[in-house]
Design a protein around this ligand. Sequence first.
Ligand code: GDD
Ligand code: MG
Length: 297
Amino acid sequence: MDAVVLVGGFGTRLRPLTLTHPKQMLPVVDRPMIEHVVGRLEQQGITRAVLSLGYRPDAFEAAYPEGRCVGVELFYAVEPEPLDTAGAIAFAARKAGVQDTFIAVNGDVISDFPLVELIDAHRGNPGAATIALTPVEDPSRYGVVVCGADGRVEAYVEKPPAHEAPSRWINAGMYVLDPAVLPLIPGDRPASIERETFPALVQKGLLYAVAHDGFWIDAGTPAAYLEAQIALAGGTHIHPTAEVAPSARIANSVVMDHVAVGAGAQVEDSVLLPHSTVQANAEIKRAIVSPDHRINV
Ligand code: GDD
Ligand code: MG
């Protein structure tokens, strides 16, 4: 099965890191975010990833010039202008000649959601689209979903105020879509799958959902980008090229390539991006240190 992977956003919440790199090319522990996402798709049987590109497509083409990423064939679909999520999916699917039922995923979601269950549920329901749901504490920065016992979605609200969220089950950013959804998406202007297509499918009774409570992170904000790294590293991870003074204390942190940490420094719950420096005796906690930056005492 093909998967359209949305990687064309500006990543504004991760600026300034995303002024130079697209969000999905930022490193997460030991490889770019996209390799975590595509690697998990590969484990679940996806053979071609259609990258829906907009902002800085050159960064992906330069990183994967052979058109392969962690064993998955890549197809590059570069938008002439930002088309928003629905427009981007429709544009990419059309460019790549997708004919059959396909997967679409947000390129900043790292999760262990069982896609096979999503695909099976889709085959067994009368919906045109089946979306993955995950539970969160604060649903206000996500798409919030209410569904019936048969899995049919009864309400879909994108980013409601916290006190108005009708449930704590949210759109996990992974969908099975029938090609029949594509004609519902306008081709001549940007369109949002969350604000236009899903509500329209709910009205028709054609949107279904599958819930799963497992590992799930949308790494698109500074706090979540930090949390994703620490969760995936499973403790402290220090790149072999990093130079860490023996008297420095590194706890629950990710130290990337060519980082220097001086004597007596304390680094806790943090991520030191490549070529950054924490000087002797400096202390940092819950911080992301930008590439090439230096933290002084
Ligand atoms: N090609 C393309 N073009 N990609 C885009 C565009 C565009 O115009 N706009 C956004 N994207 C990509 C982003 O790069 C990202 O991978 C994905 O689409 C989703 O955009 P985000 O900006 O990360 O959305 P969000 O995190 O606020 O909300 C979305 O994800 C949540 C789950 O992680 C929504 O789908 C929510 O409903 C959902 O709960
Ligand atoms: Mg996101």
